[in-house]
Write a protein that binds this ligand. Structure first.
Ligand code: FAD
Ligand code: NAI
Length: 475
């Protein structure tokens, strides 16, 4: 097998594997290197997203939601089940199967698209006239050369200073996704996306969950009205969230973990728990890449410095996904991967950072695209707002889930949609319509004039668009 490639991609997470496939579709000879190992030591492409992120977290969210429904909602439908039990090992096993299906799917896609896959760590070894030399350290050691390189090495969980992850008592996202039995008491630090999703999983399964959050505001990046509505729902569920805390000493022992902290009033507190999940953000990963060998520039956070086109300081070297600036989201990484491959082929790859949707897969789900009301206020924009509650939506009533609302923000003069914010059932699916609308620079009236199926949750989107002009029909 020749070791000379048009493109070598380092990392097979959503950024890397998608860049590799798109480049192969465009006629390049492509290699992709990834070091992730499954339990048997074999390749497990798909990165954080597939192995310890998006996919396994959504599998556990689904299982725990079924459990929650069986326990608390089936009776409303006249279904009696008797005592409902949860086999945690089986739930985790199912999650592992889902992960493996995704790993295998990517290996299949590499074959289909003639991407050569290398299992091992890729590191810069040097540069010759033929391109960049990348050493692959796996079962054996070999060197591959790429005329162009895409670095897509992702991110790692940030640890609290002095508190290493042991994945037994102090857990990162990795350990949080394979807890063997429902902990009686579970503590989390950080009520961001992972804190809320993982906290929800284990609360639904019966754990007493407390989340300690450093900031005084809940979900500061989310539209305030939506965040407030979500917080109300989480409070009602018994998910305890303490805002404005300062975490102090953390001690671990045979019995679990003890966290000293100061609450928002400045009072000294202590939280004892069986396990602690630390979910305080993620750091770009360039460990083992040997970036210094070629002078690849990193910033003070350790992220690879790129321009708007994902070009690094080195000609022919690109970087995408969590290892560069911007939101750490799988779909953002994928879009950058596609755009970079297309730019290499002389096309006009394009990523619109203003229309990247965010979703938090709790119950209720939270999803948004574009600007929040507080952002519009801060920049002095003239805007109109319209909201519609799921309480007034027939499908939501039939589903038995009427929490939340859809909120539209539109330019006061042109009516162009500036942001759409949803808290409620299937917000993750509903947000797609808003993304399409914003990509096409639609006005709120455009959405209000489109026929939406009845009964559907999407009618709440149409009604929120009507609400911008103060003319809802069903509320
Ligand atoms: P990664 O997915 O991190 O992939 C990087 C890959 O590079 C890894 O496979 C790694 O092994 C490999 N690698 C690193 N260095 C080397 C090297 N030197 N040589 C060879 N291989 C190397 N995002 C969403 O959009 N939706 C979600 O629902 C969502 N849920 C999440 C849940 C959790 C618990 C977590 C932790 C994250 C979640 N994310 C979610 C974020 C998402 O996982 C990341 O944004 C996404 O995985 C980034 O993709 P990437 O390709 O940049 O990097
Ligand atoms: P996050 O940035 O979403 O939240 C971290 C939270 O921890 C913040 O609220 C922050 O104020 C708080 N915090 C930071 N330091 C603290 C400290 N010392 N004490 C107390 N609180 C502290 O990060 P998270 O949840 O770790 O997730 C990382 C990233 O992974 C997300 O930002 C997102 O990009 C991605 N992700 C996406 C998901 C999705 O799209 N559904 C799901 C899970 C993760």
């Amino acid at each position: 097998m020749s070791s000379q490639f048009d493109l070598v991609v380092i990392g097979a997470g959503p950024g890397g594997y998608i860049a590799a496939i798109r480049a192969a579709q465009l006629g390049f000879k492509v290699a992709c290197i990834d070091e992730w190992k499954n339990a048997a030591g074999g390749p497990a492409p798909g990165g954080t997203c597939t192995n310890v992120g998006c996919i396994p977290s959504k599998a556990l969210l689904q299982s725990s939601e079924h459990f929650d429904h069986a326990n608390h909602h089936f009776a409303d439908h006249g279904i009696s089940t008797g005592k409902v039990t949860m086999d945690v090992a089986k739930m985790i096993g199912r999650k592992d199967t889902v992960v493996k299906q995704n790993n295998d799917g990517i290996l299949y896609l590499f074959k289909k698209n003639k991407v050569t896959f290398f299992h091992g760590r890729g590191s810069f070894a040097g540069k010759t006239d033929a391109g960049y030399e990348i050493k692959v350290s796996g079962a054996k050691e070999e060197v591959v050369t790429g005329k162009q390189i895409v670095v897509a090495t992702g991110s790692n969980a940030r640890a609290l200073p002095g508190v290493a992850f042991d994945e037994e008592t102090v857990l990162s996202n990795d350990g949080a996704l394979r807890i063997g039995a429902v902990p009686k008491k579970l503590a989390l630090i950080g009520s961001g996306v992972i804190g809320l999703e993982m906290g929800s999983v284990w609360r639904r399964l019966g754990a007493d969950v407390t989340i300690l959050e450093g900031l005084p505001t809940f979900l500061g990046a989310v539209d305030e009205q939506i965040a407030k509505e979500a917080k109300k729902a989480f409070d009602k569920q018994g998910l305890k969230i303490e805002l404005g805390v300062k975490v102090g000493e953390i001690k671990t022992g045979k019995k679990g973990v003890s966290i000293a902290y100061t609450n928002a009033k400045g009072e000294a507190q202590q939280l004892d728990a069986d396990k602690l999940i630390v979910s305080i953000g993620r750091v770009p990963n360039t460990i083992g890449l040997n970036a210094e060998a070629v002078g690849l520039q990193l910033d003070e956070r350790g992220a690879i410095v790129v321009d708007g086109d994902c070009k690094t300081n080195l000609p022919g070297v690109w970087a995408v996904g969590d290892v560069v600036r911007g939101p750490m989201l799988a779909h953002k990484a994928e879009e950058e991967g596609v755009a970079v491959a297309e730019r290499m082929a002389g096309q006009h790859g394009h990523v619109n950072f203003n229309t990247i949707p965010w979703v938090i897969y709790t119950s209720p789900e939270i999803a948004w695209v574009g600007e929040t009301e507080q952002q519009l206020k801060a920049r002095g924009a003239a805007y109109k707002a319209g909201t519609f509650p799921f309480l007034a939506n027939g499908r939501a009533r039939a589903l038995g889930d009427t929490t939340g609302m859809v909120k539209f923000l539109a330019d006061a003069t042109t009516d162009e949609i500036l942001g759409v914010h949803i808290v409620g059932p299937m917000a993750s699916e509903l947000i797609a319509e808003a993304v399409v609308a914003m990509e096409f620079k639609a006005s709120a009236e455009d959405i209000a004039r489109i026929c939406h199926a009845h009964p559907s949750l999407s009618e709440a989107t149409k009604e929120a668009a009507l609400a911008v002009d103060k003319r809802t029909l069903n509320f």
